[in-house]
Design a protein around this ligand. Structure first.
Ligand code: AMP
Ligand code: ZN
Length: 135
């Protein structure tokens, strides 16, 4: 646990939160600035700054938690869709430097935009970047 990290304090119960789910590895809370009704954050209890730092065994447990919460949201909130969002680094929009995954229920006409502007790439460019990543 990092004593200067607000999400460490929330995840470990030192700061109260609207908790939706808790187990030995995670706490799932409502986001204080929700993009939509029900916007939640999955917080590992152990501090890791981002995806690169997250232990592999914790990483493997994140998606099952997301699935549980997503199913509950669908049933309870009647959302029409749902986004999982996970930002790493300031450039990618990360503002709290403790790994977290957003679970964002989506509703028709919720007015939110979560996405990107599609670009273009030639097959050669795709080949080149694939080589860079895997080699
Ligand atoms: P990110 O931009 O991916 O780092 O997301 C950080 C999220 O944490 C934002 O959606 C904030 O609204 C949310 N947030 C920040 N502080 C708190 C807090 N104390 N309790 C709940 N959510 C928070
Ligand atoms: Zn932390």
């Amino acid at each position: 646990m990092n004593k200067d990290c607000i999400f460490c304090k929330i995840a470990n119960g030192e700061i109260p939160s609207k908790t939706l789910y808790e187990d030995s590895d995670f706490r799932v809370i409502l986001d204080l600035g929700p993009a939509t009704k029900g916007h939640a954050l999955i917080l590992p209890k152990e501090h890791a700054e981002n995806l690169y730092d997250l232990p592999e065994n914790t990483a493997a447990k994140v998606l099952p938690v997301a699935q549980k919460i997503a199913s509950k949201m669908k049933a309870a909130l009647g959302c029409d869709g749902l986004n999982l969002v996970q930002n790493n680094g300031e450039t990618a929009g990360q503002t709290v430097m403790h790994f977290h995954m957003h679970v964002i229920p989506r509703y028709e006409s919720d007015g939110q935009k979560i996405g990107w502007v599609p670009g273009q790439a030639t097959p050669e460019e795709l080949d080149a970047v694939a080589k860079l990543i895997v080699e």
